[in-house]
Design a protein around this ligand. Structure first.
Ligand code: C5P
Length: 285
């Protein structure tokens, strides 16, 4: 085997409770992740000259050491003294710096892929340890799970086995939001008391859309809207169209509406496309 073609999916956070700031500058949080079918395509091709090459046509994706995918390959190569190299081609569909975990997912996908291509025989536990060094959202994407709860930095994952699949319409404003800035602007005293994430988990288990919508939470919302007030308008538009529930994903700017069916999601998309260029119909994956 010298070539692998892989899907690298995005995520939504249906629940994101920030519990406290930690001495290391990160925040302890409780989040509920949903994997969605908006995916990048990644091709890994073995090379014998020992180099790590990245190619991606998207202008906002660097192909050097700033790229999480490069970092992942480099950590594996150096720590395990791998002689082979790899050429990594990324076809980007997931908006960059949008709160959808695109870069983190790419890193996890490459970690899983290189484990096979370079025959590293790393356990999931070992891959999670490596993923935690790359970013807080990376471990979630290592699990073969549509749903999971993340605690600590969001990097301690418990898979959920929920049979439900949800439809969403997703709007991503044409701006990049930096997670560190949003966490930096967060005032924990202003966050609302929230329900336990397990209540949402039960609502998901019952596929109770009104209840799920009522329980959507993102503690970063105030900080996101303070930095980018126009984003509130997108939220309101989705609500006015009739989405059952609306929330930001991660640190934004992605806003998703929960809708009852594909048909409704497509109808909303048609309307929203007149004003926004990045509108997607997505489903649990
Ligand atoms: O882990 P990652 O590199 O994706 O995090 C980006 C930034 O988001 C961190 O530098 C930190 O400022 C913030 N962050 C945080 N608490 C978390 C996750 C991220 O404060 N649990």
């Amino acid at each position: 085997m010298n070539k692998l073609r892989l899907k690298s999916p995005a995520k939504l956070n249906l629940f994101l409770k920030v519990n406290k700031k930690r001495p290391d500058g990160y925040h302890d949080l409780t989040t509920l992740f949903e994997r969605i079918d908006l995916c990048d395509d990644i091709t890994l091709t073995l090379n014998k000259n020992g180099t790590i090459g990245i190619s991606c046509s998207h202008p906002d994706v660097p192909s050097d050491s700033r790229n999480l995918v490069y970092k992942t390959a480099k950590i594996l190569k150096d720590s395990l003294a791998v002689k082979s190299g790899v050429n990594i081609k990324i076809i980007k569909r997931v908006p960059v710096a949008a709160g959808l975990g695109g870069g983190s997912s790419n890193a996890a996908t490459v970690l899983l892929g290189l484990n096979r291509l370079w025959r590293l025989k790393l356990s999931l536990k070992k891959m999670v340890e490596i993923a935690q060094k790359i970013g807080s959202d990376v471990p979630f994407f290592l699990y073969d799970a549509s749903w999971a709860i993340g605690t600590e930095r969001g990097d301690r994952i418990k898979k959920l086995s929920l049979p439900v699949k949800l439809w969403h319409v997703l709007v991503v404003a044409e701006l990049k939001v930096y997670t560190s800035e949003i966490f930096g602007a967060l005032n924990l005293k202003l966050t609302k008391p929230s329900t336990d994430v397990n209540i949402l988990r039960c609502a998901l288990k019952k596929n109770d859309l009104p209840r799920i919508s009522h329980l959507l939470l993102n503690d970063l919302e105030t900080a996101i809207v303070q930095s980018h007030p126009n984003l509130l308008k997108i939220k309101e538009e989705l609500e006015n169209l009739g989405a059952v529930g609306v929330s930001f994903s991660g640190s934004g700017p992605a806003v998703f509406g929960l809708v009852e069916s594909r048909q409704k999601a497509e109808n909303f998309k048609k309307i929203l496309k007149k004003r926004y260029s990045r509108v997607f119909v997505v489903r649990t994956y």
